[in-house]
Design a protein around this ligand. Sequence first.
Ligand code: SF4
Ligand code: SF4
Length: 360
Amino acid sequence: MGNFDLLKVKGVSRRDFMKLIGATTAALGLPELFVPQAASAMEQAIKKPPVLWLEGMDCTGCTESTIATLNPSAAELVLDMISIRYHETIMAGSGNIAEEAYQDTLKDKFILVVEGATPAQEDRYCMVGGKPFRKTLIEAAKKAQAIIAIGSCASEGGGIPGACATGAVGVSEILKAEGISTPLINLPCCPVKPTTLIGTILYYLTYQKVPPLDSQNRPIAFYGTLLHDNCPRRGHFENGEFLTDWNDPAQKDYCLLLKGCKGPKTFTDCAQVWWNDNANFCINAGSPCSGCSEKSFYKQFTPLYTKQETFKLPGIGQVNADTVGTVIGGAAAIGLGVHLIATAASGRLTNQGHGHKEDL
Ligand code: SF4
Ligand code: SF4
């Protein structure tokens, strides 16, 4: 955030900012002619990429996740790295000050960050500042240099709101419907991982272009590997050891497939880059992966903690969950275990190409 933005957040408008520059130049004994130049020089010196951060149908979880970052700290992120000109949750300004900040940013070359889903058609739902969020999003999307949709709700599929009867969708669906061609980067996960957002912004600032993306517009750098291939419980999967009883200490580290784990269908770096500065991640904490980095989340992945009746596994095809569950310790387990191990040994379970994800 630049000096002017900081002043604005404290309730100082652009007019006041110009008065301040005028007073300063006068105090220095400089002629009035110098005021615009001084203001421009000051703004250039403090120039950081302006970010317009819109929130639609969200829980503010992605904002919480981002400002919980420790390295860089929230202060370094918000004050030193980027200039967040408008953000309904963290900006101190409100009312006309907020609206003025929004309108001013539209005139600049800005990056649009979108958090939350958008009503697909109706303009009377999700009103923000007295305006339909959908209209605001379309207006800003047309003018942005690039759009970063953060979290599952803003990404393709619409996340949890998209699974309900709200008719909510992600940014990509709105862009398609409105014929807007602004480059879009989707950073799904519920919520977005701060390292993913910061890394994407840094890439964009460094190379002035969007990073290489996959078919869901996700950066391959962060979403290019299958969670199942890097999972710390993978050895148990290959041994046919599946957790069926949460209360059995002997099973505590077993594979969570029968408890609804979507790891074999989920592309994410969650197993390599843990949350909260590498403190932990879902599977290591004992929770099955809900597949929140996929566009199928949430509607096709529920109930989250119940085994799917059947599922496909790479190299194996359709598997019946009951069969997998009952084979533990039984004669059939040997057959399945051998099959899984043989499949893994043949390399069919590992290093699945990114383009194969639809087959899982
Ligand atoms: S199914 Fe889930 S818990 Fe089991 S190995 Fe794969 S990602 Fe890990
Ligand atoms: S492990 Fe799965 S559910 Fe957990 S954050 Fe990663 S993709 Fe989402």
